[in-house]
Design a protein around this ligand. Structure first.
Ligand SMILES: Cc1cc2nc3c(=O)[nH]c(=O)nc-3n(C[C@H](O)[C@H](O)[C@H](O)COP(=O)(O)O)c2cc1C
Length: 186
């Protein structure tokens, strides 16, 4: 099963996640924005927050939207103004995620991502990490999240439907009750 982590990072937290997932066998694709974000913290907060707030889709440099070789797609974004970052708005627009096992890794300053989560909750499972560049223990949370994801391919007996909440009591597929079942074949 081929797995891809596609992500954006401006200040390095996403890169820490990418290093971790690369070690776990994920291919890595980092997107680069054409927009020049200011180095000055205040200006960055203002312009980045504003662009995220109105859902701007940044133009990306050499963006490759071919994910046909992958079964599993993990999308990583920093949280800006409680939302998905502008480069990842573009990724969400350009990728055809149908039929893929999808999850989201958000990294934020406070460990919250309410508006971003609300937006993607029907597309895939979500984990929110607090500044993994600074707090390395956050990767332990990520490990648990990745392990608990349903990994069945063709042998799922649970009868729950892909993309729906798993309601089985005695789930054999590895995804757990109350979480979304992401298995492809049953
Ligand atoms: C423009 C901007 C807006 C941000 N807005 C939020 C926010 O609303 N909530 C939050 O918890 N962190 C916010 N942050 C902090 C980032 O989400 C956090 O530092 C994240 O780990 C950065 O990821 P990166 O280092 O991969 O770019 C913001 C950072 C920037 C630059």
């Amino acid at each position: 099963m081929k797995k891809l982590f596609i992500y954006y990072s401006l200040t390095g937290s996403g890169d820490v996640v990418a290093d971790y997932l690369s070690d776990k066998g994920y291919d890595i694709r980092k997107v680069i924005s054409k927009h020049k974000y200011p180095k000055n913290f205040g200006l960055l907060m203002f312009s980045g927050g504003f662009r995220a707030g109105i859902n701007i889709k940044d133009k990306l440099i050499d963006f490759n939207n071919d994910i046909s070789n992958y079964d599993e797609i993990v999308i990583g974004s920093p949280i800006w103004f409680d939302r998905v970052s502008p480069p990842i708005n573009t990724v969400l627009e350009k990728l055809d995620l149908s039929g893929k096992k999808v999850s989201f890794i958000f990294y934020s300053g406070g460990g919250e991502a309410n508006k971003a989560s609300e937006r993607v909750k029907d597309i895939g499972d979500i984990i929110i990490l607090k500044e993994p560049k600074k707090y390395k223990d956050e990767l332990k949370k990520l490990e648990v999240f990745m392990e608990k994801k349903c990994s069945c391919k063709k042998t799922c007996k649970c009868g729950c439907q892909e993309g729906k909440k798993c309601t089985c009591k005695d789930c054999k597929c590895g995804c757990h009750e109350g979480k979304k079942c992401t298995c492809k074949d049953k």
